[in-house]
Design a protein around this ligand. Structure first.
Ligand code: PLP
Length: 361
């Protein structure tokens, strides 16, 4: 029995007629860039995240982060506090603006930004906090909000892995000054190509991002600034509208799968959920001191797993220039040696979970 890490084909089979209709609509209208599908998706995504929000689509999640930082005026000489336990896109976006990423350690249980470590890292140059809702669980946004308010910092959510996740009843997207989503195909809400979006309560910020993402264009042949070309195309928007309608149901199924793992697994450290958080289980990440051997054993049995992420960002060659030594982020570094992401997707069967658990025990 081969068990894939994710099964995008199974999901496609379950929504194929709806996707085909959506694609046909775009071809009929020929609105391939911009247009009514994009506008509808933007308002549906904003409404999904919560009341009073606005959304703007862009080309991918990395651009979403870059565009927010740029629209907020973050740039050279500024510092943005984030974690090293994330995908490099988080910090690429910071560096692209000319600002410096400042890495802080994560909490031992959830592996999310440690608010005390973030507080200790604030300097007069700090402009923003950029916590990452990794694996589908929101960070402790109450503490981070208080920290941001105390120092007048922007609070930006990297919600690339957390579509639909809640903290104290509020969804990712509505927990900071702005939130950035990725619609990379394997995400909980995934396009059939690249895609991203920014969600914010601040309508002016969203409009500024919309302009920046479209060459700084205010009207045809008038550009208020140099921007970039980072637009969500009509086809992806139409497909994402279909998938957004299923997202809550898919997230519920992921929750059920996570509960089944929790009941079935023995002798291994399970993921932790903090009070107030309602994760959407983008990844189901266990921990073992014998991680590499376990991963190999599962691979031999036909079970695909992943490691998110094996090399913390501060130890990546790309960040040698920051001169952060090994041992600087102990919790992050230990986690990187022990974490293992098990197969997780809505269509994962109970039989598959039982088989994985048998092999792990
Ligand atoms: C935590 C995190 N941030 C940012 C990104 C960047 O998103 P994208 O691949 O759409 O640029 C991703 C996903 O790839 C991610 O997992």
């Amino acid at each position: 029995m081969e068990i894939p890490f994710v099964d995008l084909a199974a999901q496609y089979r379950s929504i194929r007629p709806e996707v085909e209709d959506a694609i046909a609509r775009v071809f009929a209208s020929c609105q391939f860039v911009g247009g009514s599908e994009l506008e509808a998706f933007e308002s549906e995504l904003a409404a999904f995240c919560g009341p009073g929000l606005h959304a703007v689509g862009c080309a991918n999640g990395t651009d979403a982060l870059y565009l927010v930082l740029r629209a907020l005026g973050v740039g050279s000489g500024d510092e943005v506090i984030t974690v090293a336990h994330t995908f490099i896109a988080t910090t690429e976006a910071i560096s692209l603006t000319g600002a410096r990423p400042v890495f802080v350690d994560v909490l031992e249980d959830t592996l999310l930004m440690n608010p005390d470590a973030a507080a200790a890292a604030v300097t007069p140059r700090t402009r923003a906090l950029l916590p990452v809702h990794l694996y589908g669980q929101t960070c402790e946004m109450d503490k981070l909000r208080a920290l941001a308010s105390r120092h007048g910092l922007a609070l930006i959510e990297d919600a690339a892995q957390a579509h639909g996740a809640r903290f104290q009843g509020v969804r990712a997207g509505a927990l900071g000054d702005a939130a950035c989503f990725s619609f990379y195909p394997g995400k909980n809400l995934g396009a059939y190509g690249d895609g991203g979006a920014v969600v914010s309560r601040d309508a002016r910020l969203v409009e500024k991002i919309r302009r920046l993402a479209n060459h700084g264009r205010v009207e045809k042949y008038v550009h208020s600034a140099e921007g970039v070309n980072s637009r969500l195309d009509g086809l992806q928007a139409a497909i994402l509208r279909v998938k957004l309608r299923h997202l809550d149901a898919w997230n519920s199924l992921r929750r059920e799968r996570a509960a089944s793992y929790g009941r079935a697994l023995r002798g291994i450290r399970l993921p932790s959920v903090r009070a107030g958080a309602e994760p959407v289980w983008h990844l189901y990440v266990v921990r073992s001191k014998e991680r590499d051997a376990l991963q190999e054993r599962l691979a031999r049995a036909g079970i695909q797993t992943g490691v998110h992420y094996p090399v913390p960002l501060h130890l990546q060659p790309a960040y040698e220039r920051l001169g952060i030594p090994k041992g600087a982020l102990l919790v992050t570094e230990r986690a990187a040696r022990e974490i293992l992401s098990l197969p997780m997707f809505a269509e994962l069967t109970e039989e598959a979970i039982a088989r994985i658990a048998d092999l792990i025990c």
